[in-house]
Ligand binder design. Structure first.
Ligand code: NAG
Ligand code: NAG
Ligand code: NAG
Ligand code: NAG
Ligand code: NAG
Length: 572
């Protein structure tokens, strides 16, 4: 009885406290200043932004939800808090939340259940160690350390379903030994989603809708590939690869959305400021919907917010090099990066897909969160997200600001130089002629993990063209190096860097093309005429492992010789 009265009093106090927070003139003033701050950010000379959407939640309330700039330069429509933006890799946290909802209601499976226990004995990785040991936690915390063919698989898209993808996982090569090094991997989130499909018996698309989006009232939230199929972009922001206030701006094609069908669980969710505010409230309330009903068990969801594996970070911004401890990374959870901001625990994730860039930060102890998304250009967009998140976090945690209207525009200067992405190797120059007959290149080149690369000669313009995956197509060009060619993508992927491919020759004929990646990702090798039904060289190797890997075979041979020698000596 006393406990009940106390509870009632505590609840009343909380409500009053919240009401006070909500009407606090100080908070209102600070939110107005935030609005001014962002408006100023939109006018920075150094980095023009097309459009931007922002939402901030605190103590279970949406305290800020606003759009800035333009949703479409042609129509001049303004961004508002319902304009849709792709959230990119923030989709990974939707996948881990969905899995938390499924695992939370079952006794027989957990984050640590071995994948083969769920996917069955036919599922395997390339090596026996991963096959026997790998769990959902390994996939979601990026401990699997397998290759992640970003351009070939995710950007160009794969025309297969998730069962076939799960079967092909056996062909993905190791980048680092299992569980030794944190290695970001998009496609393994698709495998995790397939585990959800196996457990709950429905496609990921339906599961996410039924278990997360609908209960949270995220009614505007959709998926990139489905939106393209439906042709409905009524509320979508148009993305741009370049933006110049006084000159030309280059639009990105929505045809790109097609590629994010299979890998939706890694990067395909589309949402807006209001829906993402609901999503943040769900995470901050321990997995509850607006009415307070549990959508995901609190314990299971909390595990996704907990650092599981340490990760390298070149982002850390701490004193004495930085005015405040603005960015410290602790590690990666399950679909979330875990770190801190000015002493407050921060659970966050970035996203970047089809021209949208986003950032979501949760500050659980301040009971607040911030979401931002931009429709272009993506150059320097990280700095814009960071600046808004710092400013909003200062408000959520009741601290004074350390950025002002000048440093907001120059950030990360004067403290750091601007980051620059550099290509690992300079691309070879385009030359006038191929070193051999163009027809020699024609053919279908196969890769077991990712699919076929087709090269064909167009009789009309006498040029070589490639096609790869769902939307990869473009020109094949000769270089000043005899055994290297270039693949220059055309729309919708005209913005991606030219891909360098090594040409391997066998008895004078072109045998394979190796598409260069960014190390340590290995090149993706496409073999001419490879049929998926052809025997897989890794398969017998793997089967051998059951009775001993090749190394074991060698050592057991050596052992046999020793035994034999011992036997001979004994006889003497
Ligand atoms: C969303 O934007 C509309 C104006 O477009 C505004 O009236 C509404 O208050 C905003 N919602 C929130 C929660 O701020
Ligand atoms: C913007 O476009 C104008 C005119 O085309 C050009 O002079 C200017 O250099 C461009 N600015 C940037 C930042 O690209
Ligand atoms: C903005 O902050 C910087 C660095 O903290 C400082 O040098 C500068 O004077 C400030 N500018 C204004 C207008 O307050
Ligand atoms: C790739 O092309 C080969 C023919 O060379 C065909 O047998 C195979 O089914 C194709 N694979 C895919 C994934 O389309
Ligand atoms: C060949 O090239 C011409 C001219 O660029 C183009 O109109 C045609 O569609 C191409 N044909 C094929 C089969 O790609």
């Amino acid at each position: 009885m006393g406990a009940t009265v106390n509870t009632v009093l505590v609840v009343c106090f909380m409500i009053v406290g919240q009401a006070l927070t909500m009407t606090s003139p100080d908070l209102q003033q600070r939110l107005q200043d935030l609005d001014t701050f962002i408006q100023n950010l939109m006018t920075c000379e150094s980095r023009p932004v097309v459009g931007l959407t922002v939402s901030v939640v605190k103590d279970g309330q949406i305290i800020f939800a606003k759009g800035y700039g333009q949703r479409d330069l042609q129509t001049g429509q303004a961004v508002d808090n319902r304009t849709l933006f792709g959230v990119g890799s923030i989709s990974k946290s939707f996948t881990s939340a969905l899995l938390a909802s499924i695992l939370g209601e079952r006794e027989d499976v957990s984050w640590d259940t071995v994948l083969t226990d769920i996917l069955g004995p036919s599922f395997r990785f390339r090596d026996q160690f991963r096959t026997k040991e790998a769990t959902l936690r390994d996939l979601l915390a990026h401990k699997i350390a397998l290759e992640n063919p970003w351009y070939v698989a995710v950007v160009m898209g794969q025309d297969i379903d998730r069962s076939e993808f799960a079967r092909r996982v056996r062909y993905y090569r190791q980048i680092f030994p299992f569980r030794t090094t944190w290695r970001y991997n998009d496609v393994m989130y698709t495998l995790a989603a397939h585990v959800a499909e196996k457990l709950a018996g429905k496609p990921y698309e339906s599961l996410l809708r039924e278990r997360i989006l609908l209960p949270l009232g995220m009614d505007d939230t959709v998926y990139l590939a489905e939106a393209l199929e439906a042709g409905d972009f009524a509320n979508f922001a148009q993305t741009y690869s370049t933006y110049n206030r006084s000159g030309e701006s280059v639009m990105r094609s929505r045809e790109e959305y097609r590629s994010v069908k299979l890998h939706l669980p890694a990067a395909g969710v589309v949402s807006n400021a209001l829906d993402m505010a609901r999503y943040m409230k769900f995470h901050l309330s321990g997995g509850r919907d607006t009415a307070g009903r549990a959508v995901v068990p609190e314990d299971t969801l909390r595990q996704t917010h907990t650092a599981d594996f340490s990760m390298p970070s070149s982002w850390d911004k701490v004193e004495p090099y930085w005015p405040v401890e603005a960015w410290l990374t602790q590690g990666y959870g399950l679909g979330w990066t875990i770190g801190s901001y000015r002493g407050y625990r921060r659970v966050y994730h970035r996203g970047s897909m089809v021209g949208f860039t986003s950032l979501l930060s949760l500050y659980p102890s301040a009971s607040g969160g911030v979401f931002t998304s931009l429709n272009g250009p993506d150059t320097a967009s990280n700095d814009i997200h960071d600046v808004i998140h710092y400013q909003a976090a200062d408000i959520l945690t009741g601290k004074d600001h350390w950025l002002n209207s000048t440093t907001a525009c120059t950030y990360p200067r004067p403290w750091w130089g601007t980051r620059r992405r550099t290509r690992s190797t300079a691309a070879p120059k385009v030359s006038d002629n191929f070193p051999r007959d163009k027809r020699d290149y024609e053919g279908v080149y196969g890769n077991r993990a990712t699919g076929n690369l087709t090269i064909s000669l167009n009789a009309t313009d006498d040029k070589l063209y490639f096609s790869l995956g769902l939307i990869g197509r473009g020109l094949v060009l000769p270089t000043d190096s005899a055994n290297r060619i270039l693949l220059r993508a055309e729309e919708p992927l005209a913005y991606i860097p030219t891909i360098v491919a090594d040409v391997e020759d066998k008895d004078g004929d072109i045998f394979s093309l190796s598409l260069e990646s960014y190390p340590p990702e290995p090149p993706t090798v496409f073999e001419r005429g490879l049929k998926l039904t052809d025997p897989d060289p890794t398969e017998p190797q793997w089967d051998d492992c059951v009775s001993g890997s090749p190394e074991h075979a060698t050592s057991s041979n050596a052992f046999a010789i020793l035994v034999f020698l011992a036997y001979v000596y004994c006889l003497i």
